[in-house]
Design a protein around this ligand. Structure first.
Ligand code: IPD
Ligand code: CA
Length: 278
């Protein structure tokens, strides 16, 4: 893809994330229709998730008819979730749906573009707080136009680490969630503390901005982390498989950190599990 086309993709993603964010803000304080997904009373979806995804997909399909698309709600409705070498947009229309339902103000639109299975554009718009995080491969990461950078933390015992519970409640995965948070919070090398913000995309932007030092989760999906993964690496951080090696966004596990040293310390205390691929 040439530079002009890449810039057109970038500008479209920023424009649509903003538009999606306006829909989220308009609905934020209003009563919502809340449904559950996949048989879990903890995995929520609202009409705003569907409305935002429809709006983003319709515009991107018009502008980029040869590209491929993976959207959280389209996949939930039965569309394929296949990442090929083709330019592919990965969209999470409302990341932090449970936060949105409860008016906990960490809710984002996340739009990533992958080419040859690698992220080239990452946009995360934290709508309630009006924070627009942007990244293009090789061009750094910004928040509202200002450069952001990960913290310089290399020591787990001085780190603030984000550990999420996730939306579903499979007993095997929940054991790993429990044991991993415990391992990070307990001696011999306890982190300063652990946090759960409730939006994978925002968690990654917090690491990218140096407000948190690391984030690990088992159970996330490709649309949760597609945009954030580029924002973290462009901000100087590390994004990897929790047990080492490069990340596969379809494998539903993630570790990101401000430094390779911190990532390694966290990795060594994590229990691993294989989950069904996206
Ligand atoms: C969820 C959020 C949450 C994470 C879950 C995700 P959703 O996305 O990102 O922080 O723990 O794994 O599924 O359902 O709000 O779009
Ligand atoms: Ca999500």
């Amino acid at each position: 893809m040439d530079e002009k086309e890449m810039q057109r993709c970038f500008e479209s993603a920023v424009e649509l994330a903003k538009k999606g964010g306006e829909l989220i803000r308009a609905a934020f304080d209003k009563p919502k229709r809340v449904d559950c997904k996949g048989g879990y009373s903890t995995d929520l979806v609202t009409e705003t998730d569907e409305e935002v995804e429809k709006m983003i997909l319709m515009t991107l399909r018009e502008r980029f008819p040869t590209h491929a698309f993976i959207g959280e709600e389209s996949v939930a409705a039965g569309e394929p979730c296949t990442l090929t070498d083709d330019p592919t947009w990965l969209i999470d229309p409302v990341d932090g749906t449970t936060n949105f339902v409860h008016r906990f103000p960490f809710v984002a639109v996340s739009i990533g573009l992958f080419i040859k299975k690698e992220p080239v554009i990452g946009i995360v718009y934290n709508a309630p707080q009006d924070l627009m995080y942007t990244a293009r491969k090789g061009m750094g990461a910004q928040c509202n136009g200002r450069e952001i950078h990960v913290s310089e933390q290399t020591e787990l015992c001085q780190a603030l680490v984000i550990c999420e519970v996730g939306g579903t409640r499979e007993p095997e995965r929940m054991e790993v969630v429990r044991d991993n948070s415990y391992a990070i919070a307990m001696p011999p090398d306890p982190a300063h503390s652990v946090r759960a913000v409730g939006s994978a995309a925002i968690n990654m932007c917090l690491v990218a901005s140096g407000c948190a030092d690391a984030y690990q989760e088992y159970g996330i999906h490709c649309w949760d982390i597609a945009a954030g993964s580029l924002i973290v690496t462009e901000a100087g951080g590390v994004v990897m498989d929790p047990k080492g090696g490069s990340i596969d966004v379809m494998r539903r596990k993630l570790l990101c950190a401000s430094s390779p040293q911190l990532a390694q310390q966290i990795s060594s205390c994590l229990k691993d599990i294989d989950l069904p691929h996206d």
